[in-house]
Every structure is written in C-alpha cells, then in structure tokens.
Design a protein around this ligand. Structure first.
Ligand SMILES: NC(=O)c1ccc[n+]([C@@H]2O[C@H](COP(=O)([O-])OP(=O)(O)OC[C@H]3O[C@@H](n4cnc5c(N)ncnc54)[C@H](O)[C@@H]3O)[C@@H](O)[C@H]2O)c1
Length: 259
C-alpha cells in the first residue's frame, strides 16, 4: 500500500503493537517519530529501526508534551502526514474494584490522550492539505465485556471522538478512523494473569467462539493500521475497522453448524 515519504507520529511505540507499527511503517518507507512514557525502551526500539525512526518522550495526557513532539517532528521533517493514537492502558475488575482514580486514568490515557493528539497535529495536517489519524481502539470499543467498565467506557468514547472529528476536519483533507482489534501485547494484561488462570478454559472458549477462531496476531492489526494510514483508504473516514476474527459480528453457536 505504501507509506513512502510519509511522516508519522506513533504513540505508545516503545513496545508491543506500537513498536510493531513503527517497524512496519519504516519498512513501508515512512519516517516515524515514536512517543512513549517508557524512555529507555522507546529509545532502544527507535535505534533498532535505524535512521528513519526517532524517539521523543511523550505522555499523551500532557498537552505541553504534545506541543513538544509536534514541534520536534516539524523541525526534523517539516510535515506530519499520519498520527497513530496507539498508547493505551488497561484496568480489569468489577465496578466495586475500580477506583475513581483507575477510571480517570483510563479516560485520560485512552480518550483524552487521543483528543490532545488530534488537536495538536491538525494545524500541520491542515497546512499540508491532508492527513490520516488512526486510533487504536479494541473489540471493547464495539461490544462491552464485564469486568472492563473503565476500559470499555474509554474505548467506546474513543470511537465517538473519531467520528465527530472525522466530520469536522474531513473538508481539510484529514481522515480519522479507529481500528478495533481483539488482541495485542499480552504484557498489557499481565498484572491480571494470575487471577485469570483460575478460569482459563472460559477465556480460551471466548477466543474460539468466533468466525475465525483463535487470538489475532499483531501483524494483522498492523496491516489494518497501514491500510487506514495510507492513501489506499482515501475515502474511509469515521469508520471502525474490527480486526477480531468476527468476534463482534454476532453470536456463533458451534452445534448449529451440524444441523
Ligand atoms: N493487548 C491487547 O490484548 C489489546 C487488545 C485490544 C486493543 N489493545 C489496544 O492496543 C493498543 C496497544 O496496546 P498493546 O497491546 O501494544 O499493549 P502495551 O501495554 O504493550 O502498549 C501500550 C503502550 O502505551 C504506552 N503508554 C501507556 N500510557 C502512556 C501515556 N500516558 N503516554 C504515552 N504512552 C503511554 C505504554 O508504555 C506502552 O508502550 C492500546 O491502545 C490497547 O488498548 C490491546
């Protein structure tokens, strides 16, 4: 699809899906500025990608840090074509085990962060006459799950933000879309793994009861992000692109396939 010559900012790019996006964008010919709160890991990831990649510290909840990364990108590359709002955090637990601070933190990183990012890049994209903003949502942006109230609220909110922004800045040539994956870096839910082990069968069954069973590899998520970042998706804006093996398509009942 080609991202040749494009300049992209990717948030949460020190590790996991964000690092994979940055790596693939570089291979597709883009120059990439990686942002993350994990400074050492972020620098290490950027160094591995060679001269097309640079790291800049970024806490997505801080508008001053957004101004700094945008200024640095414009100084180094004179343009911004793509923003991938990938940084995200998770909290798992029932409502009573979700503190006000947990809820606020998820809204701040997963919803406010992308808002600040969109607001920060729009002037440069408008001046360039084009831009593509890709938000990384989740299947939990499309269908809710128990034990994930804060995460679902933040990721549903992200979709609303994308759709409203898409309508508002479409006439400036800027597109805003959301990828909704059923997978990513297992490190994200590691803090809850020991508790989940007690009902592993249930969670595995959940992964299997879909059109394409099994977990979704990060490469497939990155493919969808490359599509939305590139000109191949030039008439897509305000859309949600599930990369979930059909998990949100509806209900799969194994026995019905044998009737
Ligand atoms: N892991 C999954 O199973 C899964 C499933 C669906 C969607 N997602 C989404 O995919 C995206 C990438 O997550 P991942 O799976 O690679 O997990 P991850 O934990 O490896 O990546 C998240 C990255 O965001 C960074 N980050 C956190 N807070 C930040 C902040 N305030 N400012 C800047 N960076 C910050 C982290 O340091 C990390 O590098 C997230 O938006 C996540 O919600 C993940």
């Amino acid at each position: 699809m080609g991202l040749e010559g494009k300049v992209a900012i990717v948030t949460g790019a020190a590790r996991g899906t964000g690092a994979a996006i940055a790596e693939r964008f570089c291979r597709e010919g883009a120059r990439v500025v990686l942002g993350d709160i994990l400074d050492d890991k972020g620098r290490e990831t950027a160094e591995k990608l060679g001269t097309s990649a640079t790291f800049h510290p970024l806490d997505v909840t801080d508008s001053a840090q957004w101004s700094a990364i945008v200024d640095r990108t414009l100084t180094d590359h004179q343009r911004i074509d793509v923003l991938v709002n990938n940084a995200g955090v998770l909290h798992q637990g029932p409502i009573e085990n979700t503190s006000e601070a947990d809820f606020r933190r998820l809204l701040e990183v997963n919803t406010l962060g992308p808002f600040l990012g969109i607001r920060a890049v729009v002037p440069a994209m408008r001046e360039g006459g084009a831009g593509s903003i890709v938000n990384v949502g989740s299947i939990d942006s499309l269908a809710a799950m128990n034990g994930l109230t804060a995460y679902c609220a933040s990721k549903f909110g992200l979709r609303g933000l994308a759709k409203a922004a898409a309508l508002e800045i479409g006439r400036d040539g800027i597109r805003v879309n959301t990828v909704c994956p059923a997978g990513g870096n297992p490190e994200m839910f590691e803090p809850w793994m020991s508790k989940v082990m007690g009902f592993l069968e249930e969670t595995t069954a959940y992964n299997e009861d879909r059109g394409i069973p099994g977990s979704v590899p990060v490469e497939s998520i990155v493919d969808a992000i490359v599509f939305l970042a590139s000109d191949a998706s030039r008439h897509c804006t305000g859309i949600d692109l599930p990369v979930d093996g059909g998990a949100t398509a509806g209900c799969f009942i194994p026995g019905f396939n044998t009737l």
